[in-house]
Structure formats: structure tokens, C-alpha cells
Design a protein around this ligand. Structure first.
Ligand code: NAP
Length: 687
């Protein structure tokens, strides 16, 4: 294997506006597969307090000058550039012991996660600096005192401490939501694989797309960094539970109530359903998935399957099938021809895994694989951190505490037999909280019972069966739109989960006051806030349109003929519109009523200004409610008010949300909803 570092590279940290090496030569970091020195690392003498201050003073304000969409677009541009350079990262990735396939999760997976965050933020969040959350709460009878939850970016630094196994994904999945939220970051990768993170950060900074101070990097020990965190900072930790607990108790974190998110190790399980015996597609999927999770990244994945919980009567068959599959794994240099499993990250870590196997063996036996010996297709077993996959079996699963509690962070799993669904759930829960478990079944009752039992103890549960065999993303893949994290042993943290992940870096505040004041703060019109009517708002482009621009329409009577015409025309001849006796027998109506969609259609007919103009399209309605029945002879009137304006950062139009209130002749609200339109930024549009 060709080592990418001809001469070991002295890694640097990017702090306080410059690349800095610590004092001294740095300590060696070894290539996982060849055992040669790959890089030198160290942070002695670096000033972490100054770095935090620089992030807060320079990075934060520079990021918060931009809107959420602008920040998201910044990340998209960086992500696309990283994609172009990814071959360089794949080459460096081999030094971690990971094969190209393993590297895909870290490199393509990491960049893809950042791009997903960028696109979700632009789709689901406003192009604003402040986010409103939930409905306006009415706190007084007359509506003069209301409240709204708002989210604003925390004004400190997000310190991200990461594990060695995903040096790129681990960084990108955390900085994407933080930067979108408006928080600058300091990334501290694990020393063992920091060379790969350092390379990516160099390339990111070289794009010149990030504002000064938005991203800093610590390669090597974090020194006294956490002693200087304060109330506006956020710390996220990914790594072993022991380190996490220690860092969570850092005095500055405790005293300043610093938000601390922990993603720790977990003893994830895969459960085979009682219906999924040998010969079923689910049995085969289960075996394939357990073997895959044991060998991808040599089992060094926080989500890897550590416990295979199977019906006792299928235990022998599972062990036989799994052992046969594992025995076929070709192990060797990560860039070697046909190699399926590379090396563990270091010989020290491999020795640690062997030690853990000895501990687990207290109540388990090894049924396949030799922890001490490995046959390689290429490479030197004496130099690289290679190891064969090891399958164990618990003698008495309910009392096999070591197998439920000790995470051997390598290609190791334990098979555990169960007698009924209740016992399967009890075994999975003995992990005391996990990131993910999967269940392989094609039986809906089994799925319901077991998932209900697993859910409180897990951040994610995957159901595998023949229906999704080809499309499933698999047990081990955390996905940007889904929550990653788990209770208890897994750290109690929560990351990603789409926009939920962005909100971890924002402060939620309940703002109370009059509608007028609330509207001024949030930039959104609130019922009861001042409104103005100076011409039809559909004649205004975004350059002229203002929150509170309003049109109150003339009235229109709804007749029996209208309702019957609509019924015939659309085919909606539901009895409440057509049959007086049947309508009267209904608890909600006194007689035949107009269709709700007829009301919405008449409303559009009343408020629309028909001539070509800046309103480009209607793209839907939100929160449509029909509140009062409309009878023949009732008159409808619409009040349409511009509620929120969301200009696209990279387009010549924006979304406008209109509050639409349809009332009857007694001023009762018959329908209430938000109308969603696209409106040009200027009109007439300049080509
Ligand atoms: P680790 O030894 O706990 O280290 C994690 C991180 O903490 C590293 O960056 C490490 O830096 C840093 N660290 C250690 N002591 C510190 C201190 N005093 N102050 C500040 N930072 C400190 O874990 P690892 O060996 O890298 O990773 C393997 C573990 O991570 C496994 O247990 C695995 O299950 C878990 N993991 C969990 C997830 C998840 O999402 N839940 C994901 C991946 C991995 P140095 O390397 O410089 O010491």
C-alpha cells in the first residue's frame, strides 16, 4: 500500500485567523494498515481562549449578518466544491484503515448530509434571521395580549468534539446545522484520524466562501478549551461514554449551563422476528445485515449491530449462516484488490477490542472467528491493525451483562436467543438505551409489538422486510432528515433530524405583547396588528409589498343553484349538500350546506386581482379550516392580509403567505387559512 504521506505531515490547527502548529514536533499518528507514521500532531502552546473569543467576536456577527437561506447557500456552494475534490479525500482515507466503500459513508455521506441540510433549510425555514415557531398564542380574551415562540441563533461558539471513525461526516453533520443556525464552530476531531479532517477544513477555507471566524479547527488535544466555554456556547460530543461523562462534568459547562449534546457508544441490537425462520427473505436479510454491520469499517461504527437477538429455535441456523458469511470476508490493505474489510484504526484499538472480547467471554462463547489471528489477502498482520470478525453466543442471554454492557468497538457481535416477543424487547432494552435497533419481520403484529417496546429506548428503529429489501438504507446509516441519537447509554443526545438539528443551535424565546409589537419583532402580520389598504396587494411586487397590506372584498351570496351547480360540476354530491332531511339529521347542520371547497373557490374569486401582475402562482394553502356552516342565502366576504414575505436568496421571486379570513353576513368566520403564492421581486420584471 502506498502511503499518501511521504514524510509525516505536521498537522496544524486553524485558530484565531491563522494555521498554527503547536510547539514541538508533535506526537506520531500511525497509518492504521501499514503501521508507519502518517502524521505528527500536537496543540501545545495554542491559545484556545483566544480562539473562542475570535469565534464569538468575529465569526458569529459575520454569519448572523446573513439570512438563513444565504448561509444555507454558502454551504451548498462549499459542498459542491468538496464533491469535486473528493478523490483527494478518498486517497487520504486509506490511512485510517477504511476501504473505499467504507470511505463512501464518511466522504460522500458527509458532503451529502451537508447538502441535504442546505436544501431542507431553504425549503422549510424562512429566508430570515429569526424563526417563528408554532402558532400565535392568544393570552387575553380581547386579543390585545398574545405570544409567539421565536428562535434566534445562540451568540457563542459551537464546539464540536468528534470520534475517530468518521473524520469527515462527523464534522459536516454537525457544522452544517450550526452554521445554518448562525453559530460559528470550532471542530475538534479525534487525534487518531485528524489528518483527514484537517485536509477537508483546509479545502473548505480555501474556497473563501466562509466568513472569517466561522470555522476553526483543533488538531490534537483540546487542552483547556472547555474551561473557557460560556453561557452562549454549545458543546457537542461524539465518542465513548466514559469520555463524554467526564467532559459533561467540566466545571465551566456545569456552572454556565452550557448546552451539551452527547452521542456516545451503544449496544445496538438487531431482532429477528419469530416469523422469519430459515428460508424466508427476512432471515436472509437479517444475516446479511448483521454481517455487513460487523465488517463495514471493521465494525467501528457507533450504529453497528452488537447484539443479534433471535428466536431460540433459529439460533443454530443463524449462527451457521452468519459464520459462513463472515468466513468469506476478505481482509487486507484497505486499497487492496477485492478487500472487503480493512484495518481497525490502530493496533492499540485492536488490542482494546481483543481485551473487550475477553471480558464479554465471561458469559459468552466464541462461535466463529479468532480474535488473536487473522488471514489476510494482502498486508502485514504484524504491522497493520487487522482482525477477523468474531461472533459470540450468550449462554444465558438475560444474565449476560457483559454482552449487554461492553462495547467492543470492532468486528464483534453476540447472538442471543429469545422465547417470545416480550423477552426479545427485554433483551434489547438491556443495552440501557441505544442509537438504533432493527427488526426483521414480515408480520404486522410482531412489528407493532416489538417496535412499541423498542421505541422508548432508541433514537431510531428500522423495520426490515422483503418490501424494502432493495430500497432500505440499512440499519447503520444515520440520515440527515432523521434523528440521530438515543437515550441513556447512547448519550441522551439528539442530532440531525432535519430542521430539528438546526434548532439545537438556537435559543427558543416566548415573546409576549400586543399583536402590533409582536408583528414588529417577528416581521409577520399577526391578527390584531395594524393593517393598511392602499391598492390591491396583488398589484405589488416584493419591492413594494408590506406586511399588513390588506384587501377587504365585496360580498357574494351563496345560492342553492350555486351549490347544485358545484355538486354536478365536480361530482361531489355528498348528502349534506344535496339532501335536506339527511343534512338535518347530521349533528352539525341545520339544513343543506355549501361545500367547503366552494367557499374557498368563491373566496379566491373575491380576492383575486385577475390581470397579469407580480403574483406569479398560487402554490397551495396551509391550515385550512371550515369553522361555521354556510347555508343558502348566506353572504361571504374575504379579508386577505399579507402575513409573511420570504424572498428567495437565489431567485427573482419569493413566497408570500396571506392570512385569508372568510366571514358571513353576521361576521362569523366561516373559513380561515393561509394562502401561499409566489410573487416577483420587481414588476414589470426586467429580463
Ligand atoms: P473517545 O476516545 O471518547 O474520543 C472522542 C473525542 O473526545 C476525541 O476527539 C477525543 O480527542 C476527545 N477527547 C478525549 N479527551 C478529551 C478531553 N479531556 N477534552 C476534550 N476532548 C477530549 O472516542 P473515540 O475512540 O474517538 O471514538 C470511539 C467511540 O465513539 C466509540 O465508543 C463509539 O461508539 C463512539 N461513537 C459514537 C457515535 C455516535 O454518534 N453516538 C459516533 C461515532 C462514534 P483525542 O482523540 O485527541 O483524545
Amino acid at each position: 500500500m502506498k502511503d499518501t504521506a511521504v514524510k509525516p505531515r505536521r498537522l496544524q490547527s486553524y485558530l484565531d485567523g491563522a494555521w498554527r502548529a503547536g510547539t514541538g514536533e508533535g506526537r506520531p499518528v500511525y497509518n492504521a494498515a501499514t503501521g508507519q507514521i502518517h502524521a505528527l500532531i500536537g496543540t501545545e502552546g495554542l491559545d484556545f481562549k483566544a480562539a473562542l473569543e475570535w469565534g464569538r467576536r468575529v465569526g458569529g456577527p459575520a454569519l448572523r449578518k446573513h439570512t438563513i437561506h444565504e448561509r444555507a447557500l454558502m454551504l451548498k456552494a462549499i459542498g459542491l466544491k468538496l464533491m469535486e475534490m473528493k478523490e483527494e479525500f478518498y486517497l487520504e482515507n486509506f490511512a485510517t484503515g477504511a476501504t473505499r466503500k467504507d470511505g463512501w459513508i464518511d466522504i460522500d455521506g458527509g458532503i451529502g448530509t451537508m447538502l441535504t441540510f442546505s436544501s431542507k433549510a431553504r425549503l422549510e425555514l424562512p429566508n430570515a434571521k429569526l424563526i417563528t415557531e408554532g402558532a400565535v398564542e392568544r393570552l387575553s380574551r380581547d386579543g390585545s395580549f398574545v405570544a409567539q415562540h421565536v428562535l434566534s441563533p445562540m451568540e457563542g461558539v459551537a464546539v464540536h468534539i468528534n470520534a475517530f471513525n468518521f473524520p469527515i461526516w462527523g464534522m459536516l453533520e454537525k457544522i452544517a446545522p450550526s452554521l445554518i443556525a448562525g453559530m460559528p464552530c470550532i471542530v475538534k476531531p479525534a487525534s487518531q484520524t485528524a489528518y483527514l479532517t484537517e485536509l477537508v477544513v483546509r479545502r473548505m477555507l480555501e474556497t473563501g466562501l466562509l466568513p472569517e471566524g466561522a470555522l476553526q479547527l483543533v488538531t490534537g488535544s483540546a487542552g483547556d478549551l472547555l474551561d473557557h466555554v460560556s453561557e452562549q456556547d454549545v458543546v457537542t460530543f461524539t465518542g465513548s461514554a466514559g469520555t463524554g461523562r467526564m467532559l459533561k462534568a467540566t466545571p465551566a459547562i456545569v456552572q454556565n449551563s452550557v448546552r451539551f449534546t452527547m452521542e456516545a457508544d451503544s449496544l445496538n441490537a438487531a431482532v429477528l422476528g419469530a416469523d422469519a425462520g430459515p428460508g424466508t427473505p427476512e432471515f436472509d436479510l437479517f444475516v446479511k445485515e448483521v454481517a455487513r454491520e460487523m465488517t463495514v469499517k471493521a465494525g467501528q461504527k457507533c450504529t453497528a449491530i452488537r447484539r443479534a437477538i433471535v428466536p431460540s429455535r433459529f439460533e443454530e441456523a443463524v449462527i451457521e449462516a452468519l459464520s459462513a458469511r463472515l468466513a468469506k470476508t476478505s481482509i487486507g490493505l484497505p486499497d487492496g484488490e477485492g478487500v472487503q474489510m480493512g484495518a481497525l484504526v490502530s493496533r492499540k484499538d485492536r488490542d482494546g477490542v481483543r481485551e473487550k472480547i475477553r471480558e464479554i467471554a465471561a458469559d459468552c462463547e466464541i462461535v466463529s472467528g479468532d480474535p488473536e489471528n487473522v488471514t489476510l489477502v494482502c498486508g502485514d498482520a504484524g504491522q497493520g491493525a487487522f482482525m477477523a470478525p468474531v461472533l459470540m453466543r450468550a449462554r444465558d442471554p438475560m444474565s449476560a451483562d457483559a454482552a449487554h454492557g461492553i462495547e467492543a468497538f470492532g468486528p464483534v457481535a453476540t447472538v442471543m436467543g429469545y422465547h417470545d416477543a416480550e423477552e426479545a424487547v427485554a433483551l434489547a432494552r438491556k443495552g440501557r438505551g441505544s442509537l438504533v435497533s432493527s427488526l426483521f419481520t414480515n408480520d404486522r403484529d410482531i412489528a407493532r409489538e416489538i417496535v412499541m417496546g423498542l421505541a422508548p429506548y432508541h433514537g431510531r428503529v428500522l423495520i426490515g422486510n422483503r418490501g424494502s429489501a432493495k430500497t432500505s438504507t440499512g440499519h447503520g446509516s444515520p440520515l440527515a432528515p432523521l434523528v440521530h441519537g438515543g437515550p441513556g447509554r447512547a448519550g441522551g443526545g439528539e442530532e440531525m433530524g432535519g430542521i430539528r438539528g438546526v434548532k439545537h443551535f438556537m435559543q427558543r424565546t416566548a415573546v409576549q405583547g400586543t399583536p402590533e409589537m409582536l408583528s414588529a419583532v417577528t416581521g409577520q402580520w399577526v391578527e390584531g396588528a395594524p393593517a393598511q389598504s392602499d391598492g390591491h396587494p396583488f398589484r405589488k411586487s416584493l419591492a413594494e409589498l408590506r406586511i399588513g397590506d390588506q384587501v377587504i372584498t365585496k360580498s357574494r351570496e351563496v345560492t342553492q343553484e350555486d351549490v347544485e351547480h358545484f355538486a354536478r360540476f365536480t361530482g361531489d354530491t355528498f348528502y349534506a349538500h344535496m339532501d335536506s332531511d339527511a343534512a338535518k339529521a347530521n349533528p352539525f347542520f341545520e339544513d343543506r350546506v355549501a361545500h367547503g371547497y366552494l367557499i374557498a373557490s368563491f373566496a379566491a374569486g373575491l380576492f383575486v386581482d385577475p390581470a397579469p401582475g407580480p403574483v406569479l402562482a398560487n402554490y397551495g394553502v396551509d391550515n385550512l379550516r371550515f369553522l361555521t356552516p354556510v347555508y343558502f342565502g348566506d353572504s361571504l366576504q374575504v379579508r386577505l392580509t399579507c402575513k409573511a414575505i420570504n424572498p428567495r436568496a437565489n431567485g427573482d421571486y419569493g413566497e408570500v403567505r396571506w392570512d385569508c379570513r372568510v366571514s358571513n353576513q353576521k361576521d362569523e368566520v366561516v373559513a380561515q387559512y393561509d394562502v401561499l403564492t409566489m410573487v416577483a421581486k420587481t414588476w414589470p420584471q426586467v429580463a
